[in-house]
Design a binder for this molecule. Structure first.
Ligand SMILES: [Mg+2]
Length: 208
C-alpha cells in the first residue's frame, strides 16, 4: 500500500486479489488527464495596461480571486497564457515581466494559479506560440497531462477565441479589456466579466 494515502484504492485491492483484466481498465481511469481553464492575463484577469511593466499598475478585476477559487475547487487546472510582445519589442525587460507576474500572483493567491506561460514574439514573427497559434496551450497540455477536449479558454480578444479553437478547447469572450469591441463570432459564450465566465463553465461541467 502506498505510504501516506490514508486509504486503500480499489485498484490496489484488485491487484492483491489478482484480477488483471480489471486492473488495466481501472488504471486508465486513475490516470485520466485533467481539464484546464486557460486564462488570458491583460484585460481578462487584470485591467488592460499598455505594455504593463510596473507591478504598481497591476489591478485585478473584481471577483477574479473568488472565481478562480471556484474553478480550482471544481477540479480545473488553471493556466495563464499571455502574449507579451512588449518583451520582443524591447519595451519590457524580463525582470519587469517577472515583477508584474509576481505582483499578479500575490494579488490572486499563488495557490490558485497552477502554471503560467508567456510568449515574447511580436506580431508578424513566425511563431508557433503567439496567440492565435495554439503553442502555449499544447505545451501546457503536454507538460501537465491536460485534457484539452474538456478545457476552456477565457480571454478578451478574438485571437484568444481563435487560439482556443486552434487548440481544441472551448473559448469564452469577456467584455472587459478590449472584449466589448471584439468580434465575438468565435466564442462559445460571451460573459460580462471573468467571474461570469467561470460560473458559465461551472454550470456546464462536473469535473469531479
Ligand atoms: Mg487580453
Amino acid at each position: 500500500m502506498a505510504a501516506g494515502w490514508g486509504g486503500r484504492c480499489n485498484v490496489c485491492e484488485k491487484m492483491d486479489k489478482g484480477a488483471p483484466e480489471n486492473v488495466t481498465l481501472l488504471s486508465v481511469t486513475f490516470h485520466s488527464p485533467t481539464p484546464a481553464v486557460f486564462l488570458d492575463r491583460d484585460g481578462t484577469l487584470m485591467e488592460e495596461v499598455d505594455y504593463c511593466r510596473d507591478p504598481a499598475r497591476v489591478s485585478l478585476f473584481a471577483g477574479v480571486r473568488e472565481a478562480l477559487g471556484r474553478l480550482k475547487e471544481a477540479g480545473f487546472f488553471t493556466v495563464i497564457v499571455s502574449n507579451q510582445s512588449g518583451i520582443g519589442r524591447g519595451r519590457i525587460t524580463m525582470q519587469e515581466y517577472e515583477a508584474v507576474h509576481a505582483r499578479l500572483l500575490e494579488l490572486i493567491g499563488e495557490e490558485l494559479i497552477d502554471a503560467a506561460y508567456f510568449c515574447p514574439d511580436k506580431p508578424g514573427d513566425e511563431s508557433l506560440r503567439r496567440k492565435p497559434a495554439p503553442g502555449m496551450l499544447l505545451e501546457a497540455a503536454r507538460e501537465h497531462a491536460l485534457d484539452l477536449s474538456r478545457s476552456w479558454m477565457i480571454g478578451d480578444k478574438a485571437i484568444d477565441m481563435q487560439c482556443g479553437r486552434n487548440a481544441g478547447v472551448q473559448p469564452i469572450l469577456v467584455e472587459t479589456g478590449y472584449g466589448a469591441n471584439e468580434d465575438a463570432s468565435g466564442a462559445e459564450f460571451v460573459a460580462k466579466d471573468f467571474a461570469t465566465a467561470a460560473d458559465f463553465i461551472l454550470k456546464q461541467c462536473h469535473v469531479r
